[in-house]
Design a protein around this ligand. Sequence first.
Ligand SMILES: CC(C)(COP(=O)(O)OP(=O)(O)OC[C@H]1O[C@@H](n2cnc3c(N)ncnc32)[C@H](O)[C@@H]1OP(=O)(O)O)[C@@H](O)C(=O)NCCC(=O)NCCS
Length: 176
Amino acid sequence: MTVNDEPVALRWVRDAADLRAALALRLRVFCDEQGVPREQEVDAYDDVARHAVAVAADGTVVGTMRLVASGSMVKVGRVAVDRGWRGRGIASELLERAMDYARAVRAEELRLAAQVAAAPLYVKAGYRQVGRPFEEAGIEHVWMVREVIPLRRRLRHDAATGRSTAAGSAGTDPGA
Ligand SMILES: CC(C)(COP(=O)(O)OP(=O)(O)OC[C@H]1O[C@@H](n2cnc3c(N)ncnc32)[C@H](O)[C@@H]1OP(=O)(O)O)[C@@H](O)C(=O)NCCC(=O)NCCS
């Protein structure tokens, strides 16, 4: 993707340095900015999750998200974008990659605990709220879900509605 004429590459973390940079971004955003205790930020899911990063042209990791597949569900978490890079579509692109991944592993549903303040981001990405808000790490959250529409069905849907959204989005590589 291009942000203000600068290329930003989306990809899965490929080595320990990538993962360190993703975790460092999360600590800056969730702990320093939002006050989440540091011992709660990194947990056992980080060992098994698929982590994505958005990387600026100079190699800086400016966005991240993690995905944990569990049965027919993929849980999206720790969506964070560097303060100076917000409002330019990076989180939205990451969420599209989450859908690509869910399709690739044949999950039926994407699920996430959204901060209530960030819920509009997820609504725009096709998620709907389920249940009532709850508190976690001192922040109000709400569960949100998005049905995974298999690519073939989506192509039919696009044809029927005249939209074209599916090109190049299959597979698990987030780098498109
Ligand atoms: C929330 C966050 C990840 C959004 O990242 P981003 O790259 O700025 O999001 P996008 O640019 O893709 O936003 C897409 C849409 O969602 C809306 N949106 C994004 N963040 C929002 C927020 N916090 N509140 C309300 N709307 C928001 C935007 O207005 C945008 O709509 P637009 O294109 O019509 O303007 C980023 O602000 C962030 O890291 N915040 C701190 C950490 C956090 O709260 N993470 C979410 C945990 S659930």
